[in-house]
Ligand binder design. Structure first.
Ligand code: 3PG
Length: 214
């Protein structure tokens, strides 16, 4: 179960940048752009082999940043993420084996769901904060509102297709704690060294959060 303190940090940040660096050498510059832009959080995905070193660098350079691991598909990846300093674990789906493993280690896990049955699977594992993924392709906000109806204690982190255009709509719904997304940390911006643009897009996102949540 996620602690109320961690949920509060997700809520205040409002947007969790979803990162997939090819080379951890870019982690410090990327982290600096996110921090300066007002998004002190990251979900570092295990889609690239640089994930472990990216987590280590972000935690070392920016201890106050909330750093988690994403696309965690196995217990072994969860172990590596936690060892590197990840403070929370996210997955695109709800794999009971991985969820149980992470919870047994005493770490928070946010598995992905897209259906009522998957929410029930998560609830059964003791999870009431889930990633709704891929959000836009699965019906976006109307689908979250429909799913939230019967599951009154469940809250959501929509990810997948979220952008500056629809962020305010998502955050305006009280069952949404925060959104995840890659739009401010796109791979080409990193490879081209356009960290000023990353900072600008982060600030734009942070301003949207502020306009909704004060
Ligand atoms: C994820 O990893 O959670 C999604 O791929 C992010 O989706 P986006 O690129 O549409 O933000």
């Amino acid at each position: 179960m996620i602690t109320s303190e961690l949920k509060d940090r997700f809520y205040k940040t409002g947007v969790i940048p979803v990162i997939a660096l090819d080379d951890a050498k870019d982690a410090a510059s990327l982290g600096e752009a996110l921090m300066k832009g007002g998004l002190p959080a990251a979900e570092v995905t295990f889609r690239t082999s640089a994930a472990v070193n990216t987590i280590k660098t972000l935690k070392k350079e920016f201890p106050e940043m909330l750093v988690g691991a994403g696309t965690v598909l196995t217990a072994e990846q969860a172990d590596r993420a936690i060892e590197a300093g990840a403070e929370f674990i996210v997955a695109p789906g709800c794999n009971p084996k991985v969820v149980k493993h992470v919870l047994e280690k005493g770490y928070p896990m946010t598995p992905g769901i897209a259906t009522a049955s998957e929410i029930e699977m998560a609830l059964d594992l003791g999870i009431d904060f889930v990633k709704f993924f891929p959000a836009e392709a699965n019906g976006g906000l109307p689908m979250i509102k429909a799913l939230a109806g019967p599951y009154v204690n469940v809250s959501f982190m929509p990810t997948g297709g979220v952008s500056a255009k629809n962020l305010a709509d998502y955050l305006s719904y009280n069952k949404i704690v925060c959104c995840g997304g890659t739009w401010m940390v796109k791979k080409d911006l990193v490879t081209e060294g356009r960290f000023d643009e990353i900072e600008k897009l982060s600030r734009e996102a942070a301003d949207i959060v502020k306009s909704i949540r004060g």
